[in-house]
Design a protein around this ligand. Sequence first.
Ligand code: FAD
Length: 322
Amino acid sequence: MTRVFVFLEAHDSQLKKGSLELLNAAKNSGREVTAALLGIGVKTLVIQAAQAGAARVFVSDSPELQNYNPQIYADTLVGMIKESGADVVLASSSVLARDLFPRVATHMDSGLASDCTELQLTVSGVSARRPFYAGKCSAEVEFVHSPVAFILMRPNQLPVGAVDGAKTAESKDFAAAAASGKIKSGAAIKGTSDRTDLTEANIIVSGGRGMQNAESFKILEPLASALGATVGASRAVADAGWVPHSMQVGQTGKTVAPSLYIACGISGAIQHLAGMSGSKVIVGINKDADAPIFQKATYGIVGDLFTLVPLLTEEFKKALHR
Ligand SMILES: Cc1cc2nc3c(=O)[nH]c(=O)nc-3n(C[C@H](O)[C@H](O)[C@H](O)COP(=O)(O)OP(=O)(O)OC[C@H]3O[C@@H](n4cnc5c(N)ncnc54)[C@H](O)[C@@H]3O)c2cc1C
């Protein structure tokens, strides 16, 4: 049987949605699924991985893996992938994976397609689609003369499968690779927001220069709370210092693909669209009826955001009982 290897990521003792999407795609391909968990305290996630579709779970649960060190992670993963016998490796196109997998693919003399939006995985083949030129076009990627096909998928592109509570998986422990000493990781500093990371969020409320200043940007928080959303921003806002750059969506910020993206006071420059045009439903709120955001928006509301955002917040609170 052909094999597929899935790199899993977790947050607060739960597998991330992007990882669950990949396990489901792997399970449905008809291949044997090996999943990998690296970190500290990750052994408890083996059951979740099994119930989501993994037949085997390779675990490296070690203090050396507590803080991300690209060299230790890459060397540990290469050992796991070789042992799995898989010729396809899937991971979410997260910040960590985009740093890690070019190293792993290079070690294995193989090709890598990152930030993919479509995946065709069968027992006998694999291909993926990825956007180019800020989303103006996309290309079908096939792997030629590549011992392993490495594919990093954008989260929220594939369905999550049903959990099979009766399923178990064979698990195997791996020691963390030795540190070369060339890279040393310090302590990880936790962000201040408790909200879901932008790249994983199902709903995003974003603000642009139309929010006027850092203080009035805060009116997006109650709207986001009412919707259970994460707050994002345009680069103009991040550059102005109203919010941290970690909240920036776009070509030089984060790429997001939520079910719902509400753009408040964002004009819709091509560099912003590059990061959010994969959203399923886009709502633009702008006082300029000719703003380019309306060409991409599923629904457009022309008006003053300082009137509209509080109104929408109240209506969503009532409708969703928050
Ligand atoms: C190489 C490069 C990379 C870039 N990368 C990114 C990126 O990753 N992300 C990104 O966002 N940008 C990026 N940019 C910048 C991009 O070109 C735009 O300058 C930026 O997106 C504009 O941000 P904005 O829409 O918030 O501001 P503006 O373009 O100034 O738009 C503000 C909008 O708010 C509306 N408005 C004002 N007041 C109100 C009100 N009261 N109610 C309702 N609407 C109101 C206005 O009508 C206007 O449409 C990049 C640029 C370059 C050159």
